[in-house]
Design a protein around this ligand. Structure first.
Ligand code: GTP
Ligand code: MG
Length: 394
């Protein structure tokens, strides 16, 4: 998500290998683009001393890339929640997101509407505020619709207020508990019928903070005016990563042309044969080198990993059917690396893999120790697990 022209599509293309239109003017993207990005982890194949052949992911020299869904949302302008710019259709597109990457033009090379301005004239810190405010105002508008009528009915039916609000926001997958916690955190003790618009707006902000966590991608960090803005951002005490999505995109293009060795997220790359590169290709890769030296990476991979593991609290587990060869039935070694929530139990994993496997769950085997584990046993990151079930798929 982000203002127009900040580099959302560049980030998206760099992270997904999928080519969507990129141009230096606002509203290049009108439809949301859904693509597959990858989280990067160290695969357990090295530790287990096996050559794997992944089915649901890719493994390159022991580095595993597991797919996650990424959506590129069209740019926001001030007033978007009330239909300005492209209206709030694109806010609707963010409903299904479990975490939001807020792409910011940290160089200040665009104004609020996303139009190019002299470098440094834009104000990324105020952009962050207005974009988040638009998001909150949009949630607010969903709650406010017919609010008086809704609240009367809710009182007549003696419904809990958190139920009434979470039902209004059901498309956003916001639970009753999240609403209840937000009300408690804010100490909103007044009768809901007496809440005014402002009470509701503050409540929306609180709900958004926990239900749609945001990571800031401080993009265009390569431009010279970015440094002072990054210093200002540090003082805001917000979660952010510096990011040069254009550099990651250049690396991906060079990779597609087989010109370099590079794994997304690496701190360096190697040109295979400098002699065959054109002057402009060498210059572009030189820019990328400078970025990697300065920031340690392009930032794109860090952001995707942080979203998946730190914010969403996930781990990776490897289900197998043969606990000695680490294979599935077809002999694929470590076929699946599955992203699951941190406190998943063995039985829940069985259910995720296949309903029947869960129904007939007998026990699981921790493949490293070969020990049996029970249904309620909580799995750890990198566990390799065999599920034994009466209804194992044969
Ligand atoms: N210097 C620099 N330029 C970048 C970077 N990322 C994107 N850009 C440039 O910023 C401009 C806008 O990029 P897009 O990816 O189209 O931006 P967007 O946010 O998708 O724009 P809309 O779809 O119009 O909202 C293009 O000229 C990109 O080349 C970066 O990391 N560094
Ligand atoms: Mg775009």
């Amino acid at each position: 998500m982000g203002k127009a022209n900040v580099g959302k599509s560049t980030f998206f293309n760099a992270a997904t290998d999928l080519s969507v239109q990129v141009a230096n003017f606002p509203f290049t993207t009108i439809e949301p683009n859904v693509g597959i990005a990858f989280v990067r982890i160290n695969c357990v194949c090295k530790e287990m001393g096996v050559m794997d052949n992944p089915i649901n992911s890719r493994c390159i020299n022991g580095v595993r890339f597991i797919p996650v869904k990424l959506i590129d949302i069209a740019g926001l302008v001030p007033g978007a929640h009330s239909g300005r710019g492209l209206g709030n259709k694109f806010l609707d597109d963010s409903r299904q997101a479990s975490v939001i990457i807020h792409v910011v033009d940290i160089s200040g090379s665009t104004d609020e509407e996303g139009k190019p301005v002299s470098l440094g004239f834009g104000d990324p810190l105020s952009d962050i505020k207005f974009v988040e405010n638009e998001f909150d105002l949009w949630i607010h508008s969903l709650i406010l619709r017919d609010w008086d009528k809704v609240i009367r009915e809710s009182e007549n039916l003696k419904q809990r207020i958190e139920y009434t609000i979470s039902k209004r926001l059901s498309g956003l997958s916001i639970s009753e508990q999240v609403v209840k916690n937000a009300i408690n955190t804010l100490g909103l003790t007044k009768k809901p019928a007496n809440w005014d618009k402002n009470d509701l707006l503050i409540l929306c902000k609180q709900i958004r903070l926990t239900s749609k966590p945001i990571i800031i991608a401080a993009n265009k960090a390569d431009l010279p005016t970015s440094d002072p803005n990054i210093s200002k951002l540090k003082r805001l005490d917000r979660l952010f990563f510096t990011c040069v999505s254009e550099a990651e995109l250049l690396l991906k293009r060079a990779l597609q042309k087989n010109l370099i060795y590079y794994l997304p997220g690496d701190s360096d790359f190697e040109i295979k044969n400098p002699g065959i590169l054109s002057k402009s290709q060498l210059e572009a890769l030189d820019m990328v080198s400078k970025v990697l030296k300065k920031f340690g990476s392009t930032g794109v991979q860090n952001i995707i990993n942080h979203a998946c593991f730190e914010i969403l609290n996930n781990i990776v587990v490897y289900p197998v059917e043969d606990e000695y060869k680490f294979t599935d039935k077809k002999g694929n070694v470590l076929p699946d690396a599955r992203i699951v929530s941190k406190n998943i139990t063995a039985k829940q994993l069985a259910n995720l893999i296949h309903n029947d496997l869960g129904k007939g769950f007998l026990y699981a085997i921790d493949v490293r120790s070969k020990q049996r584990i029970g249904a309620e046993h909580m799995l750890k990151n990198n566990d390799i697990i065999k599920i034994v079930s009466t209804t194992s798929r044969n």
